[in-house]
Design a protein around this ligand. Structure first.
Ligand code: BGC
Ligand code: NOJ
Length: 817
């Protein structure tokens, strides 16, 4: 069943009933201020860091689901209802939620009163705007009481949920007309406060939760609203909230608009107070003046729309297959921007208080947004590299506010270093900016240890070369890409981390995946060396790569597929010799991506084995057979019930590796099949089973061994976003940035008649039309560039030059044998 539909022209997903199988959310904000916003107005917001600067409170795993947000209560002659459906689950005559690019709109109606709420974070300011419109659609006068409601978080979201002995005594607010200020801890070490304001005079207010709701009431039965009167409560300790009471008279047909702003404001240390005990409201005045009218709110929204239009204009797709076109052209890229902003911090599955930025995650996310915001990708690379250790290993995570490596997790994930090469190469291929290699970047966040980014890449490369095990394969360390393959951990104690528990240097456990990543990304390193005149280094790198490929040939091939790893006893993982976990997806996808076994048929065999053993209707599962028991020597992977997460779930992140691998074999039909199976738009009418948003990828879909096979979890913040975008844009549609320019190399289903892509690349626009009247899967017969055909070598290479002339260029590609 469907719960909505795509509106492609508006770039919106339209949810048509509020009781979606899980809250379907959107992200507001693209710079410093962010909000998570569900289709029933649930969620929360924060400034910069979801853990340290949280403005509103949200209770994860709550009952009922998704309670807490920015709520409006309407009281229409005694009839109390919530127009966003939650929290009262009011019956509505009309309901619609449109999630768009950086904004959401909820509109509903009941008994002749129409409500609409447009919510967004304007560019360049640290606030959420909620523009609310009431329309009297009846033919009698209406006297409406409207109450707003938010609950403040006491800033540090972790402390807010745990330290009640202190927190119940520290809450403070100030009220000034229609503006409610939340100033907890402002008297001590904080220089910031929040303001919740509306642009009309109010009848009354509440700032004390218990007074507003009643101690034993939920959000669905606020006492003040049911009594029709705010109590003008002033919070002192306990739980500060913000509620405005507005009275609105509406004649038949009359429309009234209100602009609510929830802002974050900072003052200089020595300008905190207006007078003793009264906060300096200057920054709030400036902010609220700016968005004080409905016109101003509309203008800010228009500017935001323009921003997204320009951004997504850098890569657009048109094709007969609308599902593919809307995902690749809009939603997949949108999700990539969200992973750029959030990394893995705040979603409906990530609490915002846990993981910071991952070293490997951030490098891979970059692959999905480097074409959209190359300058920001550049500084991201430098931030990430600064958390690398002098020996080439890296902090596994770092904190977004401080940009410092996270000591609790430390290092020892031996795939990490290589992702820095992968991300940097993607950046250079996109921009042609080799200058980044000469930037001085600290090691271990220590300026005294700074060296050029190129040296960082070299240390990454060398780390892999010098940390090999008995077979000559890279040592795995705490884990590789698969965080749950903890081959040196042997954890017996409940509650301890599988990844960071001691024992981690057996010097034996090896990863075929890291070897394959090395074989895939190493050549980019060698090429970068050549192109920057480091010829000796290039030769050294090429030799090391050739040697690694030999080792994979000798010890990484199992007969029908690639081995996954060797454990601390030197036993194979992902081999026919194993009882469970005979075959894994990761090493097979990545080895073929690196073109290993293409000439001798092993690549084909490996991918056929993947299809034979790992295929399911909803994507490719991570391994088979699923581990039935916990294996001390394998770690977390065997801790999950069969079919979930890394234990044979469909871990979507690695499916595009197989997609890309299939294109290396020229199998466009199969490549597209693997693409479409995990693509949410193709499962829109299966929402009761899939449950999560049909417009974004999820980290995991339960595998075939699971009780809930086909059910998705962990939407939004996943490396799936970047890798699927790479697979569809660069390898299926085949518009791929390479060092020399833009390569054209489509590998599509034979039934796809063609498509068009517009691509902004190094200062020019490429309008690319691909014609597949011939019905092939791969192969190019001709390419016309601005009316001139490419011939001979140029056609074979199929690389369009970087025109860099700020002009549009017409490229016509004809596929064929
Ligand atoms: C999850 C992984 C995740 C890791 C992060 C594990 O429990 O299964 O997907 O990467 O935690 O620490
Ligand atoms: C999620 C983590 O964020 C990512 O880094 C990891 O590769 C996958 N889980 C697989 O374990």
């Amino acid at each position: 069943m469907q719960y909505g539909h795509f509106d492609d022209n508006a770039r919106e997903y339209v949810i048509t009933r509020p009781d979606t199988p899980y809250p379907w959310i959107n992200y507001l904000g693209c710079e410093d201020f962010f909000g998570l916003f569900s289709n029933t107005s649930g969620g929360y917001c924060f400034c910069r860091d979801a853990r340290m600067l949280r403005l509103t409170r949200y209770r994860y795993n709550n009952v009922p689901a998704d309670s807490g947000g920015r709520y409006f209560y309407l009281r229409d002659e005694g009839d109390v209802w919530t127009p966003s459906w939650m929290p009262m689950k009011s019956s509505l005559d009309r309901y619609e939620c449109r999630h768009g690019m950086g904004y959401s709109k909820i509109s509903s109606a009941r008994n002749g009163l129409a409500f609409s709420q447009v919510s967004f974070v304007p560019l360049h300011d640290t606030c959420e705007i909620h523009k609310v419109t009431l329309t009297n659609e009846s033919n009698i006068d209406k006297r409406i009481d409207m109450f707003s409601f938010i609950e403040f978080c006491l800033w540090n979201a972790n402390d807010d949920m745990t330290n009640f002995q202190r927190n119940f005594s520290i809450g403070e607010v100030e009220i000034d007309g229609s503006r409610i200020y939340h100033k907890t801890e402002y008297r001590e070490r904080r220089n910031h406060y929040a303001v919740w304001a509306v642009n009309v005079p109010i009848e009354g207010f509440d700032t004390d939760r218990q007074t507003f709701l009643g101690l034993y009431n939920g959000f669905d039965h606020p006492q003040a609203v049911f009594e029709g009167e705010a109590k003008n409560s002033v919070a002192s300790g306990w739980a500060p909230v913000g509620s405005h009471h507005i009275k609105a008279r509406l004649a038949p047909g009359e429309v009234k608009t209100f602009v609510f702003v929830l802002g974050y404001c900072e003052n200089h240390e020595d300008q905190k107070w207006e007078r003793p005990g009264v906060i300096n409201k200057k920054p709030a005045n400036i902010l609220l003046e700016k968005y004080g009218t409905s016109n101003a709110a509309d203008k800010a929204l228009a500017a935001l729309n323009e921003y997204w239009k320009n951004l997504l204009g850098r890569f657009t797709v048109d094709a007969e297959d609308k599902k593919m076109a809307r995902m690749a052209g809009v939603w997949n890229q949108y999700q990539c921007m969200v992973t750029f902003n959030m990394s893995r911090s705040a979603s409906y599955f990530e609490s915002g208080i846990g993981r910071g930025m991952g070293f490997r995650d951030s490098n891979q996310d970059l692959l999905g947004f480097v074409h959209l915001v190359p300058e920001r990708a550049r500084s991201r690379i430098l931030d990430i590299a600064a958390t690398q250790f002098p020996d080439g290993s890296a902090y596994h995570q770092y904190q977004p506010l401080t940009k410092r490596g996270n000591n609790e997790v430390g290092s020892g994930f031996n795939d990490d270093p290589l992702w820095l090469i992968c991300g940097t190469a993607a950046y250079i291929k996109e921009t042609g900016d080799y200058g980044i290699l000469e930037e001085k970047v600290p090691f271990d966040n220590n300026d005294a240890l700074a060296d050029t980014l190129f040296v960082h890449l070299k240390r990454s490369f060398d780390y892999t070369v010098t940390h090999t095990g008995p077979h000559g394969l890279p040592l795995i360390g705490r884990a590789d890409w698969n965080d749950c393959l903890n081959l040196n951990c042997f954890s017996k104690t409940p509650g301890e981390s599988f990844q960071t528990t001691a024992n981690y240097e057996s010097g034996v456990a090896e990863s075929v995946l890291i070897a394959a990543i090395f074989a895939f990304t190493g050549p980019d390193y060698a090429e970068i060396c050549r192109r920057t005149n480091r010829i000796e280094e290039a030769e050294y790198a090429e030799k090391a790569i050739a040697k690694m490929i030999e080792v994979i040939d000798q010890h990484g091939w199992d007969g029908d597929w690639f081995v996954r790893a060797y454990d601390a006893y030197g036993k194979k993982i992902g081999s026919r010799e194993c009882e469970d976990g005979k075959i894994f997806i990761e090493s097979n996808g990545f080895a073929v991506m690196a073109d290993i076994g293409i000439k001798d048929g092993r690549a084909r065999k490996a991918l056929d084995s993947v299809k034979e053993h790992l295929e399911s209707p909803y994507g490719i599962v991570l391994l088979q057979p699923a581990y039935k028991d916990y294996h001390l020597e394998l770690g977390e992977v065997s801790s999950y019930p069969p079919g979930y997460k890394e234990n044979a779930g469909i871990f979507c992140h690695n499916n595009p590796w197989v997609t890309i691998a299939e294109t290396r074999l020229g199998r466009g039909n199969r490549a597209f099949e693997t693409y479409a199976k995990i693509c949410p738009a193709y499962r829109e009418d299966d929402s009761d089973l899939r449950r999560l948003e049909p417009y974004v990828y999820a980290q995991m879909v339960a595998g075939k061994d699971a009780v809930r096979h086909g059910e998705a979890k962990n939407s939004w913040l996943t490396g799936t976003a970047a890798w699927t975008f790479v697979s569809i844009s660069q390898y299926i549609l085949g518009v791929r940035p390479v060092f020399d320019g833009l390569m054209i190399d489509p590998c599509i289903p034979s039934s796809m008649k063609g498509f068009t892509v517009t691509r902004h690349f190094r200062g020019a626009d490429y309008h690319i039309t691909v014609d597949n009247g011939a019905g092939v899967e791969k192969g190019i017969k001709s390419i016309m560039v601005d009316g001139n055909s490419l011939d001979g070598e140029a056609l074979k290479k199929a690389v369009l030059p970087a025109f860099g002339d700020n002009k549009a260029h017409n490229i016509i590609v004809t596929m064929g044998k």
